[in-house]
Write a protein that binds this ligand. Structure first.
Ligand code: PBG
Length: 327
């Protein structure tokens, strides 16, 4: 008698497949990155990200309401700052009445239950297009001087209503520095989702188009990580955890599933994956040509993050995926 082990028995019908499913994906897992721009009734398309726009605050608020209605619990906001406001010191970053702070307040006011995540890094406000302050003589990105600016930004964002700060700058020591600054002002309920392992990646191209934030000189390799490394990601994760991060993120997502899994096995903190702009653009481009089924690829891709161990996913597909998952 043939006593074969038959894994196919557990795949026989949709019912048994549903029963044995190891991971789930729901709109509650998604965080929608959104771009805000000055003006009213502005919906400015980002050409390298079909379906994604820079929105003025009024339309941003509308989008946030709709996302919350679809079950998306969190948005991550990014500001498209006018070129004339960008300076080497990135002072606009902590202007309490700046575009970003107004956007945070209005979204919080209109949809108080929706979590607002905000970005802590200098690049949208820096005339150098770097995440930290640049030494004009050497071109070096100054670590400790940058921390002070990041802390100021963090306080202004938290006071405007940000629920989760997302330091995306990769300066050493920034999580602890920001945590101290928040706690000193008794902002103990503002969380930090650290971009723990953020790689120097070509997958950010469309995002930099969206904000016109590409570095004017050089690259980001002295602060963002080398894609050849994974032990280094663990080191970054341990540091951010010990400095008080509430959630650890890996970015980009799809080419770094091994990094998500490795950190997952070494931390008890919740983890996020950032399915970045270039990953989105590739799927859209191929789908537009009819080369792949964009919707199916989107869902399969998002599921891979859950399988690797991410609890939540920042993705430009948030609206589309939530709509799909609700039907
Ligand atoms: C910058 C920042 C970047 C992204 C999020 N925050 C770009 C960069 O580091 O150059 C990229 C997001 C994406 O590509 O979707 N602090």
């Amino acid at each position: 008698m043939l006593n074969l082990s038959r894994p196919r028995r557990n795949r026989k019908s949709q019912a048994i497949r549903n029963l044995i499913r190891e991971t789930q994906l729901t709109p509650h897992d998604l965080i929608a990155p959104l771009f805000v721009i000055e003006g009213s009734n502005v919906k400015d398309p980002i050409h390298s990200m079909p379906g994604i726009h820079r929105l003025s605050i009024d339309l941003l608020v509308k989008e946030c309401k709709e996302l919350y209605g679809l079950g998306v619990p969190c948005v991550s906001l990014f500001p498209a700052i006018e070129e004339k406001l960008k300076t080497p010191e990135a002072k606009e970053a902590y202007n309490p009445n700046g575009l970003y702070q107004r956007a945070i307040k209005e979204v919080k006011n209109a949809v108080p239950e929706l979590l607002i995540m905000t970005d802590v890094a200098l690049d949208p406000y820096s005339s150098d297009g770097h995440d930290g302050l640049v030494d004009p003589k050497t071109g070096e990105i100054k670590n400790d001087e940058t921390l002070e600016v990041l802390a100021r930004m963090s306080l202004v964002q938290a006071k405007s209503g940000s629920d989760i700060l997302g330091p995306s700058d990769m300066m050493d020591g920034r999580v602890g520095y920001i945590r101290d600054a928040l706690d000193e002002e008794n902002l103990i309920n503002t969380a930090i989702m650290s971009y723990a392992a953020k790689y120097a990646s070509a997958f950010y191209g469309p995002f930099r188009d969206a904000l016109n934030s590409a570095p004017k000189k050089g690259d980001k390799k002295t602060y963002q990580m080398d894609y050849a490394n994974v032990r280094e990601a663990l080191r970054e994760a341990y540091l951010d955890e010990s400095e008080g991060a509430d959630i650890l993120m890996v970015k980009p997502g799809l080419p770094y599933l091994d990094v998500i899994k490795t950190i997952r096995e070494n931390t008890t903190l919740p983890m996020a994956a950032y399915n970045v702009s270039g990953e989105y653009a590739m799927v859209k481009a191929a789908a537009e040509r009819g080369w792949v089924d964009g919707e199916k690829i989107m869902i399969e891709m998002l599921w891979s993050f859950k399988r690797a161990g991410a609890d939540m996913i920042l993705t430009y597909f948030a609206r589309e995926a939530a709509t799909y998952l609700n039907h």
